[in-house]
Write a protein that binds this ligand. Structure first.
Ligand code: GLN
Length: 199
């Protein structure tokens, strides 16, 4: 669990109830031996600045190349995205990258526009019941590359009928625009734990 900033404790709880053994990561050496890393929601610019100051972005990328799965939620998704549409505030910082999507920060509006939506998500372990997803200043996924699987879509904020990806997977990368750690439903965390375990 990347623990520089953001919604750390809630993710740790969700991972533990998904039967993962969890430790927090604040510097590169702490990545050693991990099967998976969760990059939480929070503020992408702050997280990127803190990570860059200790060389963590590069270390995460290297560890991912060596087989570590990475799950980015909200700000974490922004750090995983290959491309950020409104990148000015992030331009000075390295990101993790690797996930072939273009995101727009705060693409669903401000804090006051936060909302919850029941999503149908592909491949969740357990059952097919809708997943309640909390969107807070969430990044909008504007484009996905060919190698990216869309696991859930939402029509929030769009013209009738238009649906945009909100949960995506590419190899050992998982991304969600929303905050799966803020509800009691841990199925998305379970899916990630299975990915990290090589299931
Ligand atoms: N808008 C925030 C950012 O750009 C992300 C919000 C969140 O993680 N809840 O970092």
């Amino acid at each position: 669990m990347l623990a520089l900033q953001g919604a750390v404790a809630e993710h740790v709880r969700a991972l533990q109830s998904s039967e993962a053994e969890v430790r927090t990561v604040r510097r590169p050496a702490e990545l050693e031996g991990l099967d998976g890393l969760v990059v939480p929601g929070g503020e992408s610019t702050t997280m990127a600045r803190l990570a860059a100051s200790v060389g963590l972005m590069e270390a995460i990328r290297e560890q991912h190349d060596a087989g570590m799965a990475v799950f980015g939620t909200c700000a974490g998704l922004i750090l995983l995205a290959e491309s950020v549409a409104d990148a000015e505030a992030l331009e000075d910082f390295e990101r993790i990258g690797g996930l072939e999507v273009r995101v727009r920060r705060n693409g669903y509006g401000s804090q006051l526009d936060s909302f919850t939506e029941d999503l149908s998500v592909t491949d969740l372990p357990g059952d097919d019941a809708p997943l309640s997803a909390v969107f807070i200043r969430a990044p909008l996924i504007e484009e996905v590359g060919e190698g990216v699987e869309v696991l859930a879509v939402s029509s929030a904020g769009t013209e009738a009928g238009e649906r945009r990806p909100v949960a995506v997977r590419q190899g050992l990368l998982l991304g969600a625009s929303f905050h799966p750690e803020l509800t009691e439903d841990t199925r998305l965390h379970q899916l990630f734990v299975e990915m990290a375990a090589g299931a």
